[in-house]
Ligand binder design. Structure first.
Ligand SMILES: Cc1cc2nc3c(=O)[nH]c(=O)nc-3n(C[C@H](O)[C@H](O)[C@H](O)COP(=O)(O)OP(=O)(O)OC[C@H]3O[C@@H](n4cnc5c(N)ncnc54)[C@H](O)[C@@H]3O)c2cc1C
Length: 563
């Protein structure tokens, strides 16, 4: 299936889908991408000029692809592998069976991301989230009591009350329906009115504070709050986000990030890899058949080790082997902490206020452990009860979320035995893969005492702890209360007109620069901001009929809070 076509700005109706449109900067990135006039033009004199792009994840790849189409020559540096946190690790000995170590479920509201995914005709299927049709059944196991659920009608009263309380809290404290109606209509004035009222209040408060103080929850017991933390909404338990700024949670809910999610058959990493090989039909300057792969002689440059100013108009990038190249523009897409740990970045390239924001970024930890199994055996029925022998499982035990991937009755299946964040992920950090698998299987054995999962496992298990990798240092940003100003500084950096000359020419993109960390759409949208900034930096412009994010910045700019 393909993603819905979002409306061209101003023609939206209440029937249009909810998309990741704002609320902080409601610019229609999807319309900008689709417009026949294209993203802009670069003066011919600059055609073929090199632009350094540090990091070949989705943000780096989108920028490289679009800048190539505009006639510039992107030079990608990558320290690990193409795709970055879109990492689909193949199980050995099987064709097309992967463990999605990073991004794995993609809401249809990610319309700019789907713009690229759809281009390659990749097959997507509904993600087997709790209580979704794709999961067939769900087991919620709290305090040692597993409850088998096939539809929301089977939910025990406690979980029904928790679900109703959450909806009520969102309506009464955060005008959920009004905001979603405005997002559907792409009604910028209403989005701004609702959001700008909420930002000063909720920037100071945690997700936990929102729940614990909402009358929708205070009329119930602590048990409700606890169950919400374990079972949460949409994709599973969210108590690991309880310390985060409530603004971050509201963005996810408003823009349906946690709804209508799909996985990519064969792995999402195919998207950046196809972009690397893609030979776009319409491109300035370059001959037909040009691709990023060809411009790079089939491999990106190695890791960037140093970034410094080389002249008034030049920025020098030195790679880990000492090769030095000068560029008029550099785009950094790796996680921002790496600018202080892995890359020797000249301090004068950013203002001290921006350094404060880059360094205060807080990353969440995340661990996942996968096994491949001989077949989707979980669909077998228990002869006594008639139920699935195993289900998508949410629990307060150490596995937290167990997801089952059915690739067809004639194919191996994949089980994500455990997907955990923060302290649950830290419990796994020092442990080797075998121990992680054993602990997960032991926990699941307590929930499914009559099922022997072990005898279905084939191939080697696969695990990841993102915080353990020096190329990332964490899974994704999780903004804390008081971080709105920092987010704003990073996000707005692509509009450089008011900056001192010494700070211009270096750009940033990636999901940690954006407002919805942990979602690839943020990586794409911030990358498109950087494309606009770089076009502008080279003296280029957008088409009058298709203004870009920087052209509409003054009208759409995120609310500024006093320092
Ligand atoms: C556990 C997990 C689960 C997720 N789940 C989802 C999901 O379900 N849905 C969703 O939409 N999104 C999800 N995401 C988020 C999504 O994966 C990211 O938003 C997206 O992949 C980020 O792309 P990026 O280009 O911003 O960063 P990255 O992919 O991190 O790319 C940056 C690149 O920079 C490279 N690099 C680092 N240092 C250097 C250096 N010195 N020189 C050169 N290169 C360097 C890195 O190796 C990396 O390849 C998840 C992420 C994680 C980690």
């Amino acid at each position: 299936m393909t993603a819905p076509h979002a409306p061209i700005t101003g023609t939206g109706t209440d029937q249009d889908p909810v998309t990741i449109f704002g609320p902080d900067f409601p610019f229609p990135y999807d319309d900008w991408l689709r417009h026949p006039a294209g993203l802009g033009q670069i003066p011919e004199a600059s055609h073929g000029s090199e632009v350094a792009i540090i990091g070949a994840g989705m943000a780096g790849m989108v920028a490289a692809y679009e800048l190539m189409r505009l006639g510039l020559k992107p030079v990608l540096y990558e320290s690990r592998r193409l795709g970055g946190r879109l990492h689909s690790e193949p199980f050995k000995g099987a064709q097309g069976v992967v463990a999605e170590l990073g991004g794995m479920r993609f809401p249809l509201s990610s319309t700019s991301f789907y713009h690229y995914l759809n281009r390659y005709g990749l097959e997507i299927r509904p993600f087997p989230n709790p209580l979704s049709a794709a999961a067939s059944s769900t087991v919620v196991d709290l305090e040692g009591v597993p409850v088998y659920i096939e539809s929301s009608a089977d939910l025990p009263p406690l979980l029904k009350e928790v679900g109703a309380a959450w909806q009520e809290a969102l309506e009464s404290e955060a005008s959920l329906s009004a905001m979603q109606a405005a997002i559907r209509r792409r009604d910028v004035a209403t989005i701004k009115r609702i959001w700008n009222d909420l930002v000063p209040t909720w920037d100071d408060r945690t997700f936990y504070g929102f729940i614990a103080n909402s009358p929708a929850f205070t009329r119930h017991s602590f048990r409700h709050l606890e169950a919400f933390g374990q079972v949460g909404f949409g994709t599973g338990g969210w108590d690991t986000d309880f310390p985060n700024s409530m603004l971050e949670i509201l963005r996810v809910i408003y823009t349906n990030c946690d709804d209508d999610q799909y996985f990519v058959v064969g792995g999402v990493e195919q998207v950046p890899r196809r972009m690397w090989q893609d030979q776009p039909e319409k491109l300035a300057h370059w001959p037909a058949g040009t691709s990023l792969e060809k411009l790079h002689h089939a491999a990106p440059r190695p890791a960037a080790a140093k970034i410094e100013r080389s002249s008034d108009d030049g920025i020098r990038v030195t790679d880990i082997w000492g090769d030095q190249r000068d560029y008029r523009a550099v785009l950094v897409t790796c996680q921002s902490w790496l600018l202080t740990t892995n890359i020797n970045c000249d301090e004068s390239l950013f203002s001290q206020k921006l350094w404060m924001a880059l360094d205060r970024t807080r990353y969440m930890q995340s661990a996942k452990t996968f096994v491949m199994v001989d077949r989707p055996f979980w669909k077998d029925k228990d002869p006594q009860t008639g139920r699935d022998v195993m289900s998508m499982t949410l629990t307060d035990r150490l596995t937290r979320g167990t997801y089952l991937f059915d690739l067809g009755d004639d194919k191996p299946g994949v089980i994500c035995l455990s997907y955990s964040w923060m302290s649950d992920a830290l419990k796994m950090l020092p442990l080797p893969v075998e121990k992680r698998v054993r602990l997960a299987l032991d926990a699941l054995q307590k929930i499914y005492p009559d099922l022997d999962i072990r005898r279905h496992i084939i191939g080697d298990p696969i695990t990841v702890s993102w915080e353990d990798d020096p190329n990332f240092l964490g899974a994704f940003k999780g903004a804390l209360p008081g971080h709105y100003r920092y987010n704003r500084r990073m996000y707005c950096h692509f509009v450089q007109r008011d900056m001192p000359a010494a700070q211009r020419g270096i750009f940033m993109a990636g999901d940690d620069i954006g407002w919805i960390p942990g979602w690839v759409e943020g990586a794409v949208q911030t990358s498109l901001n950087a494309v606009w900034g770089i076009v502008n930096h080279f003296g280029g412009s957008t088409h009058a009929d298709n203004p870009g994010p920087g052209d509409r910045f003054d009208e759409l700019a995120p609310l500024e809070l006093p320092d």
